[in-house]
Write a protein that binds this ligand. Structure first.
Ligand SMILES: O=c1ccn([C@@H]2O[C@H](COP(=O)(O)O)[C@@H](O)[C@H]2O)c(=O)[nH]1
Length: 272
């Protein structure tokens, strides 16, 4: 089954929420865990236990695992496997982007059956040109996986590039939106090419009406965005919009039960 269809079903069954696993050193401290691979492992596997059977999409942030070297990446591999076994879709936040021949290697690592780091979807950066993402898009669609391309990121610095005007007069972000929309054309119920659009934006400033793909909305929670911001940016109908939050849920650890309660509160607040 295509990724978009799997995501549509997961949202219908579990609600429109993505929760990130971001093992910040400060969160390890707060959970009473050591800042080493054993602490990382306990953190990631506790989060996976709490989230894997209840949240539609879980988004491990690769950087926090890579920080511990090969042993940290091994923990990431295990967390991905446990989350997928528990029924969550895993969106690995790696924001990869490179020339096409190197993108093919990233696609082999993250979007190909049998790879230890294979997830259900990954974040990708289109800022080497959207066309450079083709190997990732092809590997994803061939294997029932997806990609989420950065369009308008939640950090204030993103605007200087993403709001710039491209040669044809569109904003760079709108050009990314249009490229993703072209790849999703005709795919029901949801395309496999999603976008990242921050929930923190002062204004949307792009037309998403032809996208037909999912929108990952980071910035919800710890970065200050609220449910009202989601509605202001994306309208009353949030279908296809996947708010994602990490620290705002993770700060309720180390207990799996308190993490689950935090997820339930966030999901209830979405009221969809
Ligand atoms: O535009 C973007 C793209 C990705 N992120 C990532 O999402 C989480 C946010 O964590 P919070 O604790 O909820 O702030 C993190 O992994 C970022 O790298 C983003 O924030 N903005």
């Amino acid at each position: 089954m295509r990724f978009g269809a799997r995501l549509h079903r997961a949202i219908a069954e579990r609600g429109p929420l993505c929760v990130g696993i971001d093992p910040h050193p400060g969160l390890l401290d707060a959970w009473g865990l050591p800042r080493d691979v054993s602490g990382l492992e306990r953190f990631a596997l506790t989060a996976a236990e709490a989230l894997g059977d209840t949240v539609a999409v879980v988004k491990p942030q690769s950087a926090f695992f890579e920080a511990y070297g090969s042993k940290g990446v091994a923990v990431l591999e295990r967390a991905i496997a446990e989350l997928r076994a528990a029924g969550a879709l895993v969106l690995l936040d790696v924001k990869r982007g490179d020339i096409g021949s190197t993108m093919a290697a990233y696609a082999a690592a993250y979007l190909t059956d049998g790879s230890p780091l294979a997830a259900d979807a990954v974040t990708v950066s289109p800022y080497l040109g959207f066309g450079s993402l083709a190997p990732a898009v092809e590997a994803a669609t061939a294997s029932g996986r997806g990609v989420f391309a950065l369009a308008l990121t939640s950090n204030p610095e993103g605007a200087s590039v993403q709001r710039a005007t491209a040669a044809d007069g569109r904003s760079v972000a709108q050009a990314v939106v249009d490229e993703a929309a072209a790849l999703n054309a005709g795919v029901e119920p949801l395309g496999d090419v999603g976008l990242v659009v921050g929930a923190t934006l002062a204004e949307l400033g792009v037309d998403l009406s032809d996208l037909r793909g999912p929108v990952l909305a980071p910035g919800f929670g710890a970065q200050g965005a609220t449910v009202a911001d989601l509605r202001r940016l994306f309208g009353a109908d949030l279908s296809g919009v996947l708010p994602t939050t990490s620290r705002d849920v993770l700060k309720h650890g180390p207990g799996a039960a308190t993490l689950r309660s935090a997820v339930a509160r966030v999901r209830d607040s979405l009221d969809v």
